[in-house]
Design a protein around this ligand. Sequence first.
Ligand SMILES: [Fe+2]
Length: 557
Amino acid sequence: MITLGFNYSQMHDSSACIARDGELLYAVAEERLSRIKHDAGFPHLAIRACLDFAGVRADQLDAVCAGWPAPSRMILSDLKSFAKGEFPISYTNVLNVTRTFVSMAHQNGGFNLFRHRFGPTKAQMRFVDHHLAHAISAYSYGGFDKAAVVVMDGRGAWEASSIWYGQDGRLDHVLTIPWPNSLGLFYAQFTQYLGFVPNSDEWKVMGLAPYGSPGVNLDEFISLKEEIYHVSAPLLFESKNGTSAIAKRLGPERTPESGIDDSFKNVAFAVQDYCENAVQALVKLAIEKTGCRNLCLAGGVALNSKANGKIQASGIVENIFVQPAASDDGVALGAVYAPYLDGGGRLPMKPMRHAYLGPEFSDAEIEKALLTYKLRAVKLEDVAATTAEFLANGKIIGWFQGRIAFAPRALGHRSIMADPRDPEMNAKVNNAVKFREWWRPFAPSMLKEVAGEYLEYACDSPFMILTNPVRPQKRDIIPSVTHVDGSARPQTVEKDINPLYWNLINEFGKRTGVPVILNTSFNLRGEAIVNTPTDAIRTFFSSGMDALVIGSYLVEK
Ligand SMILES: [Fe+2]
């Protein structure tokens, strides 16, 4: 059976993936191909890339699965929320809901566009409930036979959070907290209040939070009632004469790109703190309901690595897996397996040990790009050793190798790397390369073998999605990847999964005694992570990187 899964909602993060006989072959976010960050358009480039990689035509597919229900079910849910007064009936809200419905219904959720672009097919076209798709993306790839599965996002069709119980390749629904009682909505509205882009810049709030202090009371907006959180959506949506309820209570909104005073830092602290408590409550409830302490997480809120790290540190769970593509791009990974549940069937259980599922480019293709731009490049005999030498000498390196990861984070295949021992390196990379906010921390990649030496909670953390305190005695050793609160968001690198990257870090360790490097995504601020050699070359020459290691080649400025 060949199945194709995609995410398309006109909201954000369109994507596609393809699986043959339960084996995931390829997955890519549309933004990496179109170069439009969080691209919300129909993922025709991603689908084309999936078909090309698998060597199949659309008419050879058995099923094409969207990670959303039919548009008619979506609008029914919105109408109910309007009727209950949970979602204010304003001109903008009604217009947006109607416009999205008309457009999605006309396209039949994207299936009409699929046929138009890729030709007729006998494939079954199916809608998969959004949270079920997220839940499969967490459970099927988590590696646990039995698991409590928690999905938390901004919104599904009618869902905001849900709990599932995975057992023997099947998923039982336990409970759903309906939209708009949504943690994602709560976080997004405050992200906007703090002058950032909602449903995109939540990372910035999370990074800013440790600079704030406790004391801001947000009980009116979110409360923990008994064992479950409650978000006051009507209040969060409220706006009178252009002033939101948040601004009315906490002061004027921050102007984007302006300075950040302590009051905003304190709000960020509170938002993160309330979010962590709510996530913790939800996870406790999931464990109680399922009686299982293996936890799988997905949904955009599960990208909150600080909240995830706290769960891990709390000891309430035994094992944790967070789907690295936790946001809506990841529903493609769930939708693609949904047909396996038909007739009481079982999901393929495929523990995800890496996320390198996207396009890759051969040395011949890289050479062609280097020739096109008339660049002087040296073919390296030992890529890892030479790059490690550069890093040890304080150089900032662009690193382009292998298949691009299906995840929002750089996982060592499209990365900007530097020496984490230099306390100034954070500022150097920020100012010269990333042009991003000063408070956003950089993350370390480290050999899996040394994780216990550097981190409080030794763990397998291949996806940079679990924050972990750096051991106090190591904080001065790797200052540029240790956040102000002493935490880090590590990637642990395994030799058999990622030999070249492991070798590079090992070579750096041989030279410096510290087998850890600073790793951030290969992109400029506001742009998608580079995909092709041309993207990499363009980004390299638009920034202050010192050298580019691309395939077997070295390009220096
Ligand atoms: Fe979602």
